[in-house]
Design a protein around this ligand. Sequence first.
Ligand SMILES: [Zn+2]
Length: 71
Amino acid sequence: MSKTEVETVEEQLKFETCGICQGNKEDGIHIYHFFICQSCERKMIETQPEDEQYSYFVDKLKQMNKKKQYS
Ligand SMILES: [Zn+2]
């Protein structure tokens, strides 16, 4: 393993992939076994159920749930 590869592994351990924006973030929350970064968490909290964005987030969570069940 080269030095670069080791650093990449360490970065993967420190950062988690957000299930909403697919970005690698250090800070966030876990809902069940999903990781949601802080900015997406905030967006979700601010989104009202009548907003179009709300169903987008719900769909994302459902998709993640399916993925986990079949893997
Ligand atoms: Zn995110």
